[in-house]
Write a protein that binds this ligand. Structure first.
Ligand code: ZN
Ligand code: ZN
Length: 287
């Protein structure tokens, strides 16, 4: 079976890798080489599009190469996406890899906020795909990632607040076509102190969030870092019609991770491929 496009991939052009002048340089080319090697027909480089200095973190929230991004006030600072450099790099690789379909994109963090600042960084109309992501939220102490917030609040309250924010993200922006990793806060769930994550404790919140994404006419990303069967099940039952597959790879070896299992899982819930690897998979029967 042909693999669907990997619709969520990062390279050295994403700030969290360290940027194009860091040891991550060359990752975009290596990722294209990997795609050809594994027979992946198409890839979307969806680089992080975040406004620098707009959330706080602590050293333990950041990877070793990101420690210097923390300013004295505890805010995460970095150079904004170099749109020209990024688009030029994609164009060059399209010529180098004619057998691979390379698409442009961004992963827009908190798309409902600071839209004027974002527009100064890149014209969203020029990229092929915009993912909408909720990475940070403000529970009163200033915006922070769920991992930070889970040390300051009851993790259950953080999870509930995260899901409650999703409808506002959808309502507040029509710039993105796909809502990415709705399980983002689950990734950062503190298993050591809170025990294994049980989605049933947050089912109402997930279903309401999924309904808002479906009602907003967006697709849902199946983020393949973790394969949770309850996500496509609840998505289909909430009226969700379309999905994409995204590995969220930051290194070439993560490209299309778990795609064989993810596509089998989505078929089980009634989703079928489009005519091309780039098309959304859509649901053909009621669940
Ligand atoms: Zn993300
Ligand atoms: Zn990502």
């Amino acid at each position: 079976m042909t693999l669907p496009a990997d619709s969520h991939v990062h390279s050295e052009w994403s700030w969290d890798t360290g940027g194009p002048h860091s040891p991550a340089a060359g990752r975009m080319r290596a990722t294209c080489e990997q795609a050809v090697r594994i027979g992946l027909p198409a890839v979307y480089f969806t680089e992080h599009l975040d406004v620098p200095g707009t959330w706080r973190a602590e050293p333990q929230d950041l990877m070793p190469h990101q420690q210097s991004m923390l300013d004295e006030a505890g805010r995460v600072e970095f150079a904004p996406l170099d749109a020209v450099g990024y688009l030029t790099a994609v164009d060059r690789l399209r010529h180098e890899f004619p057998e691979l379909r390379i698409h442009t994109g961004v992963e827009l963090g908190q798309p409902h906020l600071r839209q004027e600042r974002v527009a100064q960084i890149i014209d969203l109309g020029v990229v092929d795909r915009v993912l909408g992501s909720l990475h940070t939220l403000d529970l009163g102490g200033g915006p922070a990632e769920p991992g930070t917030l889970c040390r300051e609040h009851d993790p259950a309250d953080v999870m509930t607040a995260y899901l409650d924010q999703v409808p506002a993200v959808v309502r507040g922006s029509d710039a993105f076509q796909v809502f990415a990793h709705i399980d983002y806060a689950v990734r950062l769930w503190p298993v050591a102190t809170a025990g294994p994550f049980d989605p049933r404790a947050f089912e109402d919140g997930f279903r309401a969030a999924l309904r808002s994404i479906a009602d907003g006419g967006r697709a849902l990303e199946m983020n393949t870092r973790r394969l949770w069967p309850w996500i496509p099940q609840w998505w289909a039952q909430s009226g969700g019609q379309a999905v994409t597959f995204g590995s969220d790879a930051h290194t070439p070896d993560g490209l299309a991770a778990h795609f064989p299992e993810a596509t089998a899982m989505l078929e089980h819930f009634g989703f079928r491929p489009g005519r091309t690897p780039e098309e959304f998979w859509t649901r053909t029967r009621a669940l």
